[in-house]
Design a protein around this ligand. Structure first.
Ligand code: UD1
Ligand code: CA
Length: 470
């Protein structure tokens, strides 16, 4: 559900020292997307883009570019120095305080939070007279998290950070997940009261519950059952764990939607992928990027499909790579085919084993069943491209096009030197090197005529035998 009265601030200014990376933490990828990309998807499922603000700091330019490319219309605030979570939110005041409604805070390095959980958080915030709600979880080992201190009525009196807690406070197992939904008016009214009076000398956003309760407002906690949902990534081991969780979630989602995954644990599906019902995905396939696959398709074992569209009833055989290509209904590719980039395979066309396509349009029902390279070409409908056909599309300086008319028959092992046009219904003889255009319905032969020397082999053998007998 879209909440037109909720503003989301995403904190993404930290470097993430423990990643040991030159890249900002939120730009690392899990589940086929940057960490920030996942959080943005979640934010935009809940709030309109003009109410989503990202706080950037380390590598602000790159983070901004990545976020803006993933989600148009969102806002950015730059935090030059990372003075703490309280400071990071406070600098959004000019951009956000006038918007009213509710303020939700998310972290750019916590990509597992589900929209449903945040819906509940928002619902609780809207349904209560309290000033806000924070997400908490009871953990076996809450070390490192802020601890939630409740008052006698069960409201949150304070959140105490690991570094600042007494032994008694640190024994509390209810941990702050760092995700909040506050009434915007009260939040912005009191934000200035956050100070740096703590061992880390940081502005702690976690001071807000105590500040609000001192001002006579309640803050509630909403417990989630699985603290892993709020798991923030700190190092590459956690990145791998989160990747595994996101992949498993995606596999479950597509299976619920009617897709058969054979040995699902071996299959990789990026979170942006869509797959229609009754499609079968075989072991070790990878379906990546913005790929859309229709219904009743098959994707063979170990195939990799990236940023492509497969309409209904498409069959991709095993060990086939398809990138930035479009296969229309009933088209077939593979096993062992490569559709390298920007190809369009029309309905019912066949691309067979060891065939490579690059920037090529295969007309409806056309076939290139074995061992061919077709680059920068337009292949007419129902034509047959013989085994071993090569388009020579590159002369060392520029790429040149090849056009083959409808119903043409290209003999096996034809070498088509581009630029070249072969007319509809024309034939080329097997083994020909075709350098000149071929008119429609003609036969072109471009090879030496066969010579037969009668008895040549027998005479040669006789000569050899005579010389070795000497
Ligand atoms: C915070 C909470 C803690 C909670 C935990 C849950 C505070 C003071 N503590 O601690 O109670 O249990 O989250 O994970 O809020 N960031 C900025 N600018 C800053 C500081 C942080 O953008 O100046 C970003 C970081 O990049 C990070 C997020 O805010 O994505 C959280 O900051 P971090 O320093 O990791 O807070 P925690 O120590 O995890
Ligand atoms: Ca953290």
């Amino acid at each position: 559900m879209m909440h037109s009265d909720v503003t989301v601030v995403i904190l993404a200014a930290g470097l993430g020292t423990r990643m040991k990376s030159r890249k900002a933490k939120v730009l690392h990828r899990a589940g086929g997307k940057t960490l920030l990309g996942h959080v943005l998807d979640t934010a935009l499922a809940l709030a309109p883009p003009e109410r989503v603000l990202v706080v950037v700091g380390h590598q602000a330019g790159e983070v901004r570019r990545d976020a803006a490319a993933a989600a148009g219309g969102i806002g950015f605030v730059e935090q030059k120095e990372q003075l703490g979570t309280g400071h990071a939110v406070s600098i959004c005041r000019d951009a956000a305080s006038g918007l009213g409604g509710y303020l939700m805070v998310l972290y750019g390095d916590s990509p597992l939070l589900r929209v449903e959980t945040l819906e509940q958080l928002i619902a609780q915030a809207k349904g209560t007279s309290a000033a806000g709600v924070l997400l908490s979880a009871v953990m076996d080992d809450p070390t490192g998290y802020g601890r939630v201190i409740r008052d006698e009525r069960g409201n949150v009196r304070d959140v105490v950070e690991q570094k600042a807690g007494t032994a008694e406070q640190l024994a509390i197992r209810e941990a702050n997940m760092g995700i909040y939904c506050y009434r915007a008016d009260l939040f912005w009214k009191h934000i200035g009261e956050i100070g740096t009076d703590n061992p880390a000398k940081e502005y702690y956003l976690t001071d807000m519950p105590a500040i609000l309760s001192r001002a006579g407002h309640a803050v509630e906690a909403m417990q989630i059952a699985d603290p892993n949902e709020a798991l923030g990534i700190n190092d590459r081991a956690q990145l791998a764990e989160v990747d595994a969780i996101l992949r498993e979630r995606k596999r479950r989602q597509v299976m619920r939607d009617g897709v058969t995954l054979v040995k699902p644990e071996t299959i990789t599906i990026d979170s942006g992928v869509e797959i229609g019902p009754d499609t079968v995905i075989e072991p070790f396939a990878q379906i990546l990027g913005r790929t859309r696959i229709g219904a009743d398709c098959t994707v063979g074992a170990c195939s990799i499909i990236e940023d492509s569209v497969l309409e209904d009833e498409v069959r991709v055989g095993a060990f086939t790579m398809v990138a930035t290509s479009h296969l229309e209904r009933g088209a077939q590719a593979g096993p062992y085919a490569r559709l390298r980039m920007e190809n369009h395979v029309e309905a019912g066309a066949h691309i067979g084993n060891f065939v490579e396509l690059k920037k090529t349009r295969m007309g409806a029902g056309a076939k290139a069943n074995h061992l061919a390279y077709l680059g920068d070409s337009a292949i007419g409908a129902k034509s047959n491209i013989g085994a071993g056909t090569i388009t020579c599309n590159y002369d060392g300086y520029a790429k040149h096009p090849t056009k083959i008319g409808e119903g043409a028959f290209i003999g096996s092992n034809s070498t088509l030197v581009a630029p070249l046009e072969i007319g509809a219904g024309a034939y080329t003889g097997a083994g020909s090197v075709i350098t000149d255009n071929v008119p429609a319905d003609a036969l072109a032969l471009g090879r030496a005529r066969q010579v037969v020397r009668e008895d040549w082999a027998r005479k040669r053998r006789a000569r050899k035998e005579a010389s070795s007998a000497r």
